[in-house]
Design a protein around this ligand. Sequence first.
Ligand code: PHB
Length: 392
Amino acid sequence: MKKMYFLLMVALSSLFLLTPIHAAEPVKVGMILPYSGVYAGLGKEITRAFELGLEVFGDEVNGRKIVLVQEDTEGKPNSGLSKTKKLIFSDKVDVLVGPVSSGVLAAMRDTVHNSKTPFVIANAGHDGISGAKCSPWIVRTSFSNRQVVRPMGKWMYDNGYRKVYLMAPDYAAGHQMMDHFKAGFKEAGGTIIGEEYPPLQGTKDFGPYLAKVKEAKPDALFVFFAGGPAIQFVKSFGAFGLGNTIPLAGAGWLTSPLYIKAQGEGANNIIGSANYIPSIDNAANKAYQDAFKAKHKREGSEFAVQGYDSARVIVEALKAVNGDTSDKKAFMDAIRAVTFDGPRGKMRFDSKNGNIIQNIYVYKNSKTNGVIAPSVFDVIKDVQDPSDSCTM
Ligand code: PHB
């Protein structure tokens, strides 16, 4: 009897050993994004496009299904950090994707770094992450704030604007974007004649801020707003009648394809710089836009591209390690090494700091057949985050 029991145990344990332990275990992707609050639309757009990316590039690698665990940051640093801890320590995700806000990113960074969790940033542009706060565990498929905004100061001076007023939400991204604009604009010879920083959450009325701008009579107003605040701001700008008197320029996102329709006439004639424009002419962008339109009946935005590319980065890296994420460093090295022809051209990470290298587009919105859309009139090629303070 004892012998039989022993043989049975041997048979069972060898069966267990023969079964690859990871075969049936899913790869868990922690989506750490705003699903409520002022950036909820952006978080949902990134998630939609990430799911589309898995449909297109494959949601299973070597028998392991890729599954999402979604957590709502609410766009707030505190919630972002507690949800990050839950995803890492309780759900034990293999990789994190998100967040939208630079404030949330700054709050998450040390926990991600210290726990050695592979992290693909799909939006937030906090400059520190490509600089002094860079990490071997972090790459970014989106942008750094200075990468997108830096060219605009010089560009606006070169195009005749001399006195500019600034406005942005009062948090890390708002201040970083304005600081980069200021640096380039002043260096070129321009003057900043006023700055306003309304609260990110809960600014219901831009009227008092716009009244000050009107009185100052700048050559142009340069702003950073995204998501809910961008819709509201552009509508107020239009309603205030400033559209005919003060040129409005902004950092990308101000009139994203995600919400330009909701902004109405105020979106016309706006000048901006962006890391993606739906009309980019290459095969991968056409395939992406066709797939997005087939599923969602509208154009995919810059936020969606970042989600779609993040999915592809993860799928390609998983393929490179045969679906085995147990060696976290090998998986992260594979993520950093991914390169492909994507909707924004050749996708690759800067080996210096993990930030994507990409073109930046300067555009102006105009109306054709009743539809307001951006036309590109300058492309700055292969822009890298300029920081040299990242040491890894
Ligand atoms: C940011 O907080 O870094 C941020 C948020 C929304 C954007 C761009 C940057 O559209």
